[in-house]
Write a protein that binds this ligand. Structure first.
Ligand code: ZN
Length: 557
């Protein structure tokens, strides 16, 4: 059957005329180059030498499949993208090439780092909230009213992950749900073919099974079986490919965007992590809180896998790059098999090199530079992730069973992110003190690297949970004497005070979560979650240090 979208999609030129924003001034060549320079070009390192010959051949097929998803993802953000991108490819002027490059970094005509505002003429001024998952003229109210009229099964389709909403060709232009398998029929057939070819090349049975099932899902639009098979995937060539996250649907958060991460598993790091995760109960039993708030029996933690990225595509490859993810999102799969955390180690290494190192050069004194350590940075990210799983989760407030999230409401994200950071520090210190092998200067490295990375998070601003939570930690720990400002404007760790200060902050945050204490959370954030003048000066000195990375291995131009 002819894909339905052909019948309704006007050409890009017509769309451009309809959406044109004559008043907006678009960035010129110099401005675009400055905007692009916020992403430092990097070559992501990975090692294919341990892959079998079959897996190496499969890797190329998978990369080709991922490229197909890039194109689908561009469509998902805006239906004019494909034509516009092709047009830019033909524009050989310096401005045309700069626009093409910045389009590639964003996978759309809107700048991710600038609140999704347009950097090209002839497109909507800002990314539409519903991207292209819904008709451009549809309102929230129209969708909600329509959904109420639908029988249960159709309502689930309309609100589901894997359909787009379109208008039918009748004069009333009624809303209809169109499965992804139909909307992107030809592209998904191509991607499915490539997955099946890769499945034939690999000898790993779990990868073979996942790839064949996922190829089937692209055509049937039913992802359940293949999501289960992804949880069972146990292969050196570790891949994630399909429609997953719903962040691009800012209207309802229903619709999943296509993405791919083609990666190679890092067995040594995965093993080290497992070791770490095995000691979670011991850490929980020693958390610096009233013993009645500790959980004597933690549930099974989500397995963590460390991988190195070879190629990312679609939703996994625009704006600030994903450094770790936790999937799948389908609650039925989570109920049955749990979920899996994946850490992209070489992406984190690249961010550390182009972003954290230059930041440290400006905010730490010369004598502390040698304590900056990627291993500490990486271990703390892991400890942060694991810390989300410990501490109070099921709590009692006035005899009522509830959760910190319900009680702390809009403050929860900032408090929970800060708790994970500081409990992560506590966890690593506890493990250092209780037999985990570590370098003699591991403690110095841990706190110094954390101090430098605080400035990295603060640059993203206080509107974001991580930034607000980091400002709170920084000021609290400074007031306890753990961080000191030198007269030259640099900041240093006071090693005589930092351990106690971390313990105090972990105690305060864990306790307010255990008590579901909204007013205490508000007090903490109002008092400490602010930018003070010496912090402001330090952030201003960071100036043009890149915000993120531009992996050159992914270029398909
Ligand atoms: Zn977190």
């Amino acid at each position: 059957m002819e894909p339905m979208r052909k019948l309704f999609v006007p050409c890009a030129a017509l769309l451009a005329a309809a959406f044109a924003a004559p008043a907006a001034v678009m960035p010129d060549l110099a401005q675009l180059q400055k905007m692009s320079a916020r992403f430092a070009p990097v070559k992501l390192q990975h090692d294919e030498s341990k892959l079998s010959a079959g897996d190496r051949a499969a890797l190329h097929k998978l990369t080709d499949a991922a490229r197909v998803l890039n194109t689908i993802f561009m469509d998902q953000l805006w239906r004019g993208s494909r034509a516009l991108y092709r047009q830019l490819e033909q524009d050989t002027t310096p401005l045309g090439q700069a626009r093409l490059h910045y389009f590639w970094l964003n996978k759309s005509p809107w700048s991710d780092l600038d609140d999704h505002t347009a950097f090209l003429p002839g497109v909507p001024e800002r990314k539409p909230l519903g991207a292209d998952f819904y008709p451009p003229d549809m309102t929230r109210q129209e969708f909600e009213a329509w959904v109420k009229t639908l029988p249960e099964a159709q309502r689930r389709q309309a609100e589901g992950f894997f359909t787009v909403i379109r208008r039918d060709p009748t004069p009333q232009h009624k809303l209809i749900s169109v499965p992804y398998s139909q909307e992107w029929n030809q592209d998904l057939r191509n991607a499915a073919d490539l997955l099946r070819q890769a499945a034939a090349l690999t000898s790993n049975p779990t990868l073979k099974r996942f790839l064949n099932l996922r190829a089937g899902a692209f055509l049937s639009n039913d992802y359940y079986e293949s999501d289960l098979a992804w949880m069972d995937l146990d292969a050196p060539l570790d891949i994630t490919i399909g429609p997953y996250e719903t962040y691009n649907d800012e209207l309802f958060g229903y619709k999943a965007a296509f993405e791919a991460y083609i990666t190679i598993r890092d067995d040594r790091e995965t093993e080290r992590l497992k070791n770490f995760a095995d000691h979670l109960q011991a850490v929980e039993n020693h958390l610096p809180i009233d013993p009645r708030y500790r959980n004597p029996k933690l549930g099974a933690a989500a397995p963590i896998r460390v991988v190195n990225e070879v190629y990312a595509a679609g939703d996994g490859a625009h704006g600030v790059r994903t450094a770790a993810f936790n999937l799948p999102n389908d609650e039925r799969v989570i109920q049955q098999k749990g979920s899996k955390r994946v850490m992209l180690k070489n992406v984190q290494q690249a961010k550390f090199d182009v972003n954290l190192k230059p930041i440290a050069a400006r905010v730490l004194p010369a004598s502390s530079q040698s304590d900056l350590s990627f291993d500490s940075f990486f271990m703390h990210i892991l400890a942060h992730e694991l810390s989300h799983g410990i501490g109070p989760h099921q709590i009692q407030v006035g005899g009522r069973a509830t959760t910190p999230r319900q009680e702390l409401k809009e403050l929860y994200s900032a408090i929970e992110e800060a708790k994970a950071d500081v409990t992560g520090l506590f966890m690593l210190q506890y493990l250092f003190d209780h037999g985990m092998p570590h370098a003699p200067n591991a403690e110095r490295q841990l706190y110094t690297t954390f101090l430098a990375s605080a400035f990295r998070s603060l640059r993203f601003g206080l509107t974001e949970a991580h930034g607000k939570g980091m400002a709170m930690q920084f000021n609290y720990l400074s007031d306890k004497g753990a961080f000191v400002a030198n007269s030259d404007g640099a900041f240093a760790v006071n090693f005589a005070k930092v351990k106690d200060a971390v313990r105090d902050l972990a105690h305060d945050l864990l306790t307010l979560e255990a008590e579901g204490n909204y007013s205490q959370a508000k007090h903490m954030l109002d008092t400490y979650g602010v930018i003070r003048p010496n912090m402001r000066q330090a952030i201003d000195r960071l100036g043009a240090i890149p915000v993120d990375i531009d992996p050159v291995n992914e270029s398909n131009r």
